[in-house]
Ligand binder design. Structure first.
Ligand SMILES: Nc1ncnc2c1ncn2[C@@H]1O[C@H](COP(=O)(O)OP(=O)(O)OP(=O)(O)O)[C@@H](O)[C@H]1O
Ligand SMILES: [Mg+2]
Length: 287
């Protein structure tokens, strides 16, 4: 099974037992074990994910690439505890994830700001929930992240007065501000123009290097995946499972200049080829 140790005996203390009695060794970080997802719709059952198994190491940066509809957001939502697998299990530090929690931050694919809160209060929201900081500490943290995402001066604005890209930057600041152990990013820079996108990619790299955390990022941008990630997981078209896992052995710290190196081009070529194969399958199935 891709990316997984399947063990035969129950001797291990930290293991998961599936409903067929198979034992799986658990690790620190995120363990995705034989996860499937089906949705009931009025047109019948949709199989979004075939069994997916993957161990995401503690403080690892993983990017997920795949054709539209292959189940990337579904997988991310299950890691975040926003949805449950139909079969299989998602674990964090050897404990099953049942619901959203403070140690996992998520930036959703669509903007999910609270429309009745201004930028400052949107970013402060998670921090206030944590009840770990004084109001003055919260203000300092909010200022730091507002500045980091380039929204200084917009603190009093409400989401309806912000562009799509600005809203997404508030969502990113909100997720970063609580300093979660796991950060889940669903196409976080999709709505940004090229220049802002590149600035945000470097910003994310800097934040991650300064305060290492496990990051799982869904993107359609192959260069973005290679620039940022330790591993790129390429999924098959729906029902999604893992097609290939690519170790990105590029030196860190990285910046955009790395895109011109021969090594980078090789990774790009490989990822493009894999995505192209899956896109072709989609087209053939549709015709
Ligand atoms: N709540 C739901 N009810 C029914 N079907 C769903 C639901 N959520 C997702 N699906 C279906 O599951 C499949 C996977 O959806 P998902 O949103 O995870 O894809 P994705 O890989 O994130 O696509 P994209 O790249 O377009 O964002 C799709 O066929 C989608 O229509
Ligand atoms: Mg999606």
């Amino acid at each position: 099974m891709a990316g997984y140790d399947h063990i035969d005996s129950p001797k291990e203390v930290d293991y998961y037992v599936d409903d067929k009695g198979n034992y799986y060794k658990l690790h620190n970080g995120v363990d995705i074990i034989n996860v499937t997802k089906q949705f009931e719709t009025k047109d019948g059952m949709v199989q979004a994910l075939n069994p997916v198994s993957l161990h995401i190491r503690d403080k690892e940066f993983v990017a997920i690439l795949g054709t539209s509809g292959c189940g990337k957001s579904t997988l991310l939502r299950m890691i975040g505890g926003f949805d449950q697998p139909t079969t299989g299990s998602v674990m964090f530090h050897k404990k099953e994830i049942h619901r959203p929690s403070a140690y996992i931050g998520m930036v959703f694919q669509s903007y999910t700001l609270f429309p009745w809160l201004n930028v400052h209060d949107n970013i402060a929201f998670g921090l206030r929930q944590l009840k770990k900081h004084t109001p003055s500490e919260i203000n300092d943290i909010v200022h730091e992240y507002t500045e980091l995402v380039g929204l200084k001066g917009f603190e009093k604005k409400y989401p309806k007065n912000l562009s799509g890209g600005m809203k997404q930057r508030v969502a990113i600041a909100r997720a970063l501000a609580t300093d979660p152990s796991v950060l889940l990013l669903d196409e976080p820079f999709g709505a940004l123009d090229m220049q802002t996108r590149e600035v945000m990619q470097e910003l994310l790299l800097n934040v991650w290097q300064r305060s290492p955390k496990t990051i799982v990022m869904v993107t359609h941008d192959i260069d973005e995946a290679i620039l940022l990630a330790d591993r790129v997981v390429v999924m098959t078209s729906r029902p999604g499972n893992i097609k290939e896992i690519i170790d990105v052995n590029l030196e860190r710290p990285r910046n955009w200049k790395i895109r011109n190196t021969e090594e980078f081009l090789k990774y790009r070529e490989r990822c493009s080829e894999l995505i192209r194969q899956e896109s072709m399958k989609l087209i053939q199935t549709a015709s």
